[in-house]
Each structure stands twice: as C-alpha cells, then as structure tokens.
Design a protein. Structure first.
Length: 138
C-alpha cells in the first residue's frame, strides 16, 4: 500500500512540476538570471507551495503523533554544517545554475526525450555512485 501512495504522490508532484513549467530548463535559467531576462513566475510557484505547506504543517502535520504510512517520523539527526554539506550543496547549486535542471524536474522531464535531460540524469547517476564510493572509503 505504501508503494501505491508513494507512486501517487510522485506522479502528482511530477504533474505539478510540469504544469508549473519547472521542468523547462530555459524557464529555470530565466528565473535565475536576475540581471537579464528574469522571469518571476517560478517565485510565485515556490511561494504558493510554501503557503500551502505552511498551513498544512500548522494545522495538520504538527498535531500528528505518527505519520500516516510509517511507525514514526524520520527526522535528521545531523545538525552540524560540515565540509561535505558545503561541497555537496555548492555542486548542486552550480549544476542547477549551469543547466537549469535539478533532480526532481529532470526525472519528471525524462519522458520529453530531451538529450540534455538524459545526459543530466546519466551524470547525476555517476555522481551518486562516485559519492557513495568516496563516502564508503572514509
């Protein structure tokens, strides 16, 4: 049952990204181009998502004792900003700024057949494998 719920949520998320045009790398790059062809529409998408989540959190999630599909909440325990976090987030930001693609929209956009998206997914997969290998060596 959890698989079906996760599948539904993933499909809904992907549809939302597509409708909001967050899967279009050019739209994202224009959003990031503050000094040029800035497109504020994605700021409204993100702002709308924050409002919906904030209200949902305040009135529903915060009052829950346990999640709907699990036995307990899984909260991060790491509270220290370390070198790995800084390097990883910097690489993510650079990749997003250069390509206009991040992992969620890239997966949602795979069906477009865009060779840049396919290349991004392949590069992302290689990056994940290399990062796991490096973290296992430490």
């Amino acid at each position: 049952m959890n698989f079906l719920i996760a599948l539904f949520c993933g499909l809904l998320f992907g549809a939302g990204l597509t409708v909001a045009q967050m899967v279009d790398p050019n739209k994202v790059l224009n959003f990031l181009d503050l000094a040029g062809t800035w497109d504020a529409s994605l700021a409204f998408v993100m702002g709308g998502a924050l409002v919906v989540y904030s209200l949902t959190y305040q009135f529903i999630i915060k009052k829950m004792k346990t999640p709907l599909c699990e036995k307990s909440f899984s909260l991060p325990t790491q509270k220290i900003v370390d070198k790995r976090l800084i390097i990883g987030s910097s690489l993510f930001g650079l990749g997003w700024g250069i390509t206009g693609i991040c992992p969620g929209p890239a997966i949602a956009n795979l069906s477009s057949g865009n060779i840049k998206v396919v290349g991004f997914i392949l590069a992302m997969t290689v990056g994940i494998v290399v990062a796991k290998k490096l973290s296992n060596n430490n």
